[in-house]
Design a protein around this ligand. Structure first.
Ligand SMILES: Nc1nc2c(ncn2[C@@H]2O[C@H](COP(=O)(O)OP(=O)(O)OP(=O)(O)O)[C@@H](O)[C@H]2O)c(=O)[nH]1
Ligand SMILES: [Mg+2]
Length: 350
């Protein structure tokens, strides 16, 4: 009896030793990882950057994720039409007479959060989207919190409604699903292990940020530079750029982050370049007196952010303009950020 018991004890001790060894190895691996935290207000483009990492370093998307985006895209195009009809009503844009009953029925019958597109839904969406009044409402989509990308997806309604529709990488990069909670991906490039942590940027999500601060190596703060004329989704009277600047200021003051190096990504530069030709920067910064051109305006915004972060001396700040939906451009920016880390230009505190 006693011999059996002691053999069992020996076995258990061996098992425990193995578990401990595995735990130590895992920890060592984790310790060697560079942890990058992505912060920024809602809709700035953080998750799109994570999607690019998935494409570049993880071989793309799993079937489960593709299904999630398929549903989101279908639900969203149905919603976009509702926003546009309401936009027409608010702005006094009259729909073609033959579309008016269809629009009223659409508002009444199409339910929220339903990814099914019936034949009737598809025909209505195509018909209504072709109406000049909805196109006119799209021209002022900023006023209705309707994203730019609505046009891209509405133009593809026929394809999206097909039974076998499979969103491609471009569709996935353009599809917005606001992040709830914390998501992370880990990947290896040559000998380096990276861990990229993505959080939700909307106000209700930000209280979860600080749980991620303690052990990060680099902070990447994402700013949607094109949103200088937009109001916040969560509070219509607040300008999105002002919110971003104020969130950045609070973040840099945090005790855990005061020594951390920062990469600032001025994202949505594609939209910014177009918008700055039409909408003056003074709608956001009334004191701005420089040229109404991409370089001058972009430079002005960058300096505002750098000034905030530089209040803590000794920290490195790198700035990049980015278009997170463009894989080729992002590949270069990501490589540059990683190189600065591995070459020691951005110091990592292990
Ligand atoms: N045109 C353009 N669209 C972009 C760019 N970056 C992101 N987007 C789009 O902006 C939307 C929001 O992007 P997300 O990556 O989901 O934003 P987020 O910062 O993760 O938002 P939260 O999860 O709410 O914090 C998506 O529809 C993206 O396709 C860009 O550089 N250019
Ligand atoms: Mg997100």
């Amino acid at each position: 009896m006693g011999v059996v018991k002691s053999k069992e004890k020996q076995k258990e001790a061996k098992r425990n030793k193995l578990i401990e060894k595995k735990f130590r190895e895992e920890k060592k691996k984790l310790d060697k990882q560079v942890k990058i935290l992505l912060l920024g207000t809602g809709d700035s483009g953080k998750s799109t950057i994570v999607k690019q990492m998935q494409i570049l370093y993880k071989g793309g998307f799993q079937e489960k994720e593709i299904e999630q985006y398929r549903k989101a895209i279908r639900t969203q195009i149905k919603g976009y039409i509702k926003v546009l009809i309401r936009g027409c009503n608010e702005s006094g844009f009259a729909l073609l007479e033959e579309n008016q009953t269809c629009a009223e029925d659409y508002l009444r019958t199409v339910k929220k959060n339903n990814p099914e597109i019936s034949e009737q839904n598809k025909n209505d969406i195509i018909k209504l989207w072709a109406d000049p009044a909805l196109k006119k409402a799209y021209e002022i989509h900023d006023q209705f919190q309707l994203p730019n990308v609505a046009k891209y997806f509405l133009d593809k309604t026929e394809e999206i409604a097909k039974q076998d529709f499979n969103p491609n990488e471009k569709d996935i990069l353009n599809c917005r699903i606001s992040t709830i909670g914390v998501k992370e991906i880990q990947f290896q490039v040559k000998d380096d292990n990276w861990r990229l942590v993505d959080v939700g940027g909307q106000r209700s999500e930000r209280r979860k940020w600080m749980h991620q601060f303690e052990d990060i190596d680099i902070l990447i703060f994402v700013i949607a530079v094109s949103e200088y004329n937009l109001s916040l989704y969560e509070e219509q009277t607040v300008n999105r750029m002002h919110e971003s600047l104020s969130v950045f200021q609070k973040t840099t003051k945090n005790d855990f982050l005061k020594k951390k190096n920062i990469v600032l990504l001025f994202n949505k530069v594609d939209l910014f370049k177009e918008k700055i030709k039409k909408i003056p920067l003074t709608v956001c910064f009334p004191e701005y007196t420089g040229k109404q051109e991409f370089e001058a305006c972009g430079d002005y915004i960058q300096k505002k952010f750098i000034k905030v972060a530089k209040k803590r001396k000794g920290r490195t700040i790198k700035c990049h303009y980015t278009c997170a939906t463009d894989t080729n451009l992002m590949k270069n920016v990501i490589a540059e950020v990683m190189n600065s880390v591995t070459a020691g230009h951005i110091q990592v505190y292990f």
